[in-house]
Structures are given as structure tokens and as C-alpha cells.
Design a protein around this ligand. Structure first.
Ligand SMILES: NC(=O)c1ccc[n+]([C@@H]2O[C@H](COP(=O)([O-])OP(=O)(O)OC[C@H]3O[C@@H](n4cnc5c(N)ncnc54)[C@H](OP(=O)(O)O)[C@@H]3O)[C@@H](O)[C@H]2O)c1
Length: 308
């Protein structure tokens, strides 16, 4: 008899990376279930080829019921928004641990977790932002010490990060963004994650997902200028301004404080990790069957779509 445990369940399947993961899984003919707090919105984003399980992962019943008939779990949850930031611990830590607990009870063994590129406890301590990566570090540790057939995908920031700072021909970056950082297209994250979900030979592996090259913000401004023929002027604003503003706003929202910490991390991105990017990219190319999207391709696409 055919097993009923045939679904790939994606937590966070409506998100920036998650929705492309879902798209790619569907394209590969998989049966996909997505857990979302808003069915209508999820249907709009993902279409009707996906089963939507409406629910909040902070609710244990949602987790228990949604896991039924799942054979593989993909976790792309994030609380990195003004609305959700106060519930970060519940969403990104407690819910993930609850998913693991309940998955075990339901004998689901394959688990894929989308994480940050690489969280270094010592660096975060030195930068005095230890809490920035602590949830991811703890969750990764719990997963890697578990007996799941797990794969952790350490995602570089989406290319979106460079475009988010551009307004009216100016790229204004807190701290300047003078360190080279890895970045990747959401499409590549989606494709690689979908392939990972369908493979059984990546057990116990942590893989860094990046595009071909690391860039500084000024380099990207330069690249956009030369491709588009329109000057994008890079400028820096002191990170201390964001620091002060984030403190002032703390009684109203912790989001700007969190943003400040991500910007601090970005501006202190480890040189050795940035230097390793071409090597990490080569590893990806060997491991997965895909045609990577370069930043140049992304810029050209955005110019064609008039979205830059
Ligand atoms: N985006 C990046 O550039 C980037 C860079 C590096 C690493 N990552 C990592 O990639 C992963 C995914 O990030 P993302 O940026 O794609 O996330 P995102 O766009 O912020 O999406 C967040 C997702 O989480 C879901 N979610 C949040 N709270 C929920 C709740 N209480 N119950 C159920 N679902 C909930 C949302 O679903 P609904 O709104 O439909 O409920 C949404 O699908 C994270 O681990 C993140 O750290 C992302």
C-alpha cells in the first residue's frame, strides 16, 4: 500500500526564501503543505497547488496537526519584522524545538533548517551583540546533536539587501558596508533547498549557501551604475546614529535595535568567510544541479522589470 506520509511540510513557506522553496518543490512534482497564519495571503502567494495549513506555530496543536502525513520538514521561519520581533524567541526557538519534539513522536526523520550564513559566538561577543545569533546557534546545536536526518543550510543574505538601501539614485548604508559579504538570489536558495529536501545523502551536513562572489556595498553601487548607465552614489551614515535612534525607540519597538545589530554584524563581517565565498560556491556547484544567478544577472533582471 502506498504510504500516506508523502508530504513535504514547509514552515515559513510564504516567506522571502520559503515561497521559492515551495515553488521549486511544486515544479519537481512534490506534494507540499505550508503552515501559514493567513490562508488567504498564502493562497495568493503560492497558488492552489499547495495545501495550506492555517495556524500559528506558537500553538502546539498547529504543529501536531500540521505534521500529519509529512515525510520531510523544511523550516524557513523568521520573526525579523517590526510586527513579529517581540515574539522572536517563541517563533524562531520554541516553535522549532516543538516541531522537532512532535516530529520525533510522529516518526518523521528528515529535517532541513534554513539558518544564517555562519554564526560565530566569539565574534558576536566581541561586537557586544551576543544575543544577535544566540537563537540560531542554540537551534543549530540542538539539531546537530539530534538523531534526525538533518541538513542545515546557512543562507547568505538575499541580493535584496543591496537594493534595499537604494533611493533616488543613492545607496545610503549605515556603517558604509565596506566589508565584502556573501549574497545569493532567493531563486538559488529555493532551488538548492528543494533539491536538499529530495535527497537523503546530505545527512548531518551544514552547507553555506552563497552566490559566486562576495561584494562590498560600494562595489555593488559601482556595478549597478556601470550596467544601468545611471550613477548610483554610495554614501555612509554613521552606525552610531542608528545605535542612538534604536535606544530611543526601544520602549516602542525593539525592531530598530535588532536592525542595528544586523548592520553591526554586516559591517564587521569576517574577512576569512568572505574570502572563502568562491570556494563555498564551488562546493555548492558540485553538490547541486543548478545554474546560479549572479548579482549582475539580478541587476539586469531588475532593470528589465523596472524594479530598480
Ligand atoms: N531573507 C534573508 O536575506 C535571509 C538571510 C540569511 C538567512 N535567512 C534565514 O532564512 C530563513 C527564512 O527567512 P526569510 O527572510 O525568508 O523569512 P521571512 O520572509 O521573514 O518570512 C517569515 C516566515 O515565517 C512565517 N511565520 C512567522 N511567524 C509565524 C508564526 N507565528 N506561525 C507560522 N508562521 C510564521 C511567515 O509565515 P506567515 O506570515 O504566512 O504566517 C513567513 O512565511 C530564516 O532562518 C532567516 O534567518 C534569511
Amino acid at each position: 500500500m502506498k504510504s500516506l506520509k508523502n508530504k513535504i511540510i514547509v514552515f515559513g513557506g510564504t516567506g522571502h526564501y520559503g515561497r521559492i522553496v515551495v515553488e521549486q518543490l511544486i515544479q519537481k512534482g512534490q506534494t507540499v503543505k505550508v503552515v501559514s497564519r493567513n490562508r488567504e495571503n498564502a493562497l495568493k502567494l503560492l497558488g492552489d497547488k499547495v495545501e495550506i495549513f492555517e495556524g500559528d506555530v506558537c500553538n502546539r496543536e498547529t504543529i501536531i496537526d500540521s505534521l500529519k502525513n509529512a515525510r520531510t520538514i523544511v523550516i524557513c521561519l523568521s520573526a525579523m519584522s517590526n510586527k513579529l520581533i517581540r515574539k522572536m524567541k517563541q517563533i524562531e526557538r520554541d516553535a522549532v524545538l516543538a516541531i522537532m519534539e512532535e516530529a520525533k513522536k510522529q516518526n518523521i526523520s528528515r529535517l532541513i533548517y534554513l539558518s544564517g550564513y555562519e554564526m560565530r559566538e566569539e565574534l558576536l561577543r566581541d561586537l557586544k551583540i551576543p544575543e544577535f545569533g544566540e537563537i540560531k546557534i542554540e537551534v543549530e546545536s540542538k539539531i546537530s546533536h539530534s538523531d534526525f536526518n538533518w541538513t542545515i543550510l546557512g543562507c547568505a543574505p538575499s541580493f535584496e539587501i543591496f537594493f534595499a538601501f537604494i533611493r533616488n539614485g543613492k545607496m545610503t548604508v549605515p556603517g558604509g558596508g565596506l566589508r565584502a559579504i556573501p549574497s545569493i538570489s532567493a531563486e538559488d536558495v529555493g532551488e538548492i533547498t528543494a533539491q536538499t529536501a529530495l535527497r537523503d545523502d546530505l545527512k548531518g551536513k551544514r552547507i553555506r549557501l552563497t552566490g559566486p562572489q562576495a561584494f562590498t556595498f560600494p562595489e555593488v553601487a559601482e556595478q549597478i551604475s556601470s550596467i544601468s548607465g545611471k550613477k548610483i552614489k554610495h554614501s555612509a551614515i554613521p552606525l552610531t546614529i542608528i545605535n542612538v535612534v534604536s535606544f530611543l525607540l526601544l520602549p516602542f519597538t525593539p525592531f530598530v535595535r535588532f536592525l542595528y545589530k544586523s548592520l553591526k554584524m554586516l559591517n564587521n563581517f569576517p574577512h576569512d568567510l568572505a574570502e572563502r565565498v568562491p570556494k563555498d560556491f564551488e562546493i555548492l556547484n558540485k553538490l547541486f544541479d543548478y545554474e546560479a544567478i549572479s548579482l549582475e544577472m539580478e541587476i539586469r533582471k531588475r532593470l528589465e522589470e523596472n524594479s530598480l
